[in-house]
Ligand binder design. Structure first.
Ligand SMILES: *Cc1c(COP(=O)(O)O)cnc(C)c1O
Length: 350
């Protein structure tokens, strides 16, 4: 509770949501079996449904998005070859070097503006057959929406240019679609139009969709069968996890279209912050549920703003000395968004 007695508004991440009562009921009632034996009908239903939504043959349920990404990358990149991705990509910055540790993958990055994809850049960098001295490029990863970029929605046309550019080269494409749902709701573009452009796609159920746990990796049947072996090898073969898959199925039925509310709330907060400090955020960039505030030039540090907001019951995250990130989600209602807007605008103005 804040000093005013109003409830806390926790904007640190969209992962902080707790399963709603109807989701818990669906979990309690789930039909289950031993998924390592391929006998959990609810997991099977979730995997098939997400594969179909994304225009792929098969899906694999994983406990985390990091594991879904890492299984996809392992399938696409042989040891000693490289992955290309943008310098602020989750796979490069927030998975603790997993691609190198587990799969012997080197990563080469390109600079970007808010994570936005310009396909010409990786296409110019890639070297699919680099010979005996240089590292050969095996895959390119794209993130949509882009987390550290501030919820950036990637242009579908650039993804199409990327697909055409790798055609016939052997270079394959991975989509980190942890928040692809948000891009889908913000643009109206179909999930399958995005999914079909990539060899592997990961999506999260535990971000804006509000499930307590879970991601799904999709690809062709043979690739997913191999990823299933590696999931077990990593120790993530799970048994009666239909109780968790049921949360994901509930989320697909009830929590996708409502992401538009989260986007509207983020816009309210961004407008208030831009009103207080115009250089902090460009409101036109805020199209989904993430707002990144840039404090450079305000004379304030991210820590000061985080602490000032926390003192008034609004929790946000510091990303480096001058960046503050906030994320809206299904536990933030209209009143919460209005209060966060007011508190953050005040904290920015100092
Ligand atoms: C959250 C997230 C992931 C996966 O994170 P986990 O905490 O491992 O589930 C992957 N990519 C992006 C862009 C994310 O935001």
């Amino acid at each position: 509770m804040s000093g005013s007695g109003a409830p806390l508004v926790d904007l640190r991440s969209d992962t902080v949501t707790r399963p709603v009562p109807a989701m818990r009921a669906a979990m309690a009632e789930a039909e289950v079996g031993d998924d390592v034996y391929g006998e959990d009908p609810t997991v099977d239903r979730l995997e098939r449904r997400i594969a179909e939504l994304l225009g792929h043959e098969a899906g694999l349920f994983t406990p985390t998005g990091s594991l879904a990404n890492q299984l996809g990358l392992r399938m696409l990149v042989p040891p000693g070859q490289e992955l290309l991705c943008d310098v602020t990509a989750h796979v490069a910055r927030a998975e603790l070097g997993a691609a190198a540790v587990f799969s012997g993958i080197t990563t080469r990055t390109w600079a970007s503006e808010r994570g936005r994809l310009d396909a010409a850049v990786p296409l110019a960098m890639m070297q699919p057959d680099a010979g005996p001295y240089f590292v050969s490029t095996a895959a390119i990863a794209v993130e949509n929406t882009h987390n550290l970029g501030g919820g950036t929605v990637q242009p579908l046309e650039q993804a199409r240019v990327l697909r055409r550019g790798v055609e016939g080269t052997g270079v394959r494409l991975h989509l980190d679609g942890a928040r692809l749902w948000n891009a889908h709701v913000a643009t109206g573009e179909s999930l399958a139009d995005w999914g079909r452009l990539f060899d592997t796609v990961s999506v999260c159920l535990s971000k804006g969709l509000g499930a307590p746990v879970g991601s799904v990796l999709v690809g062709d049947a043979e690739l997913v069968a191999q990823a299933r072996v590696w999931r077990k090898r990593y120790g993530a073969g799970m048994r009666q996890v239909g109780v968790l898959a049921a949360a994901g199925l509930y989320a697909l039925d009830h929590h996708v279209e409502r992401l538009a509310d989260d986007h509207a709330h983020a816009a309210v907060i961004a407008r208030a912050c831009a009103g207080a400090v115009p250089t902090a955020v460009d409101v036109d960039d805020v199209r989904t549920n993430i707002v990144v505030l840039d404090l450079a030039g305000t004379g304030r540090t991210s820590r000061q703003v985080v602490e000032a907001a926390a003192a008034q019951g609004v929790r946000v995250s510091a990303f480096g000395p001058t960046l503050v990130r906030l994320v809206t989600h299904l536990e933030v209602d209209d009143d919460g968004a209005d209060r966060a807007a007011q508190v953050l605008a005040g904290a920015l103005a100092g």
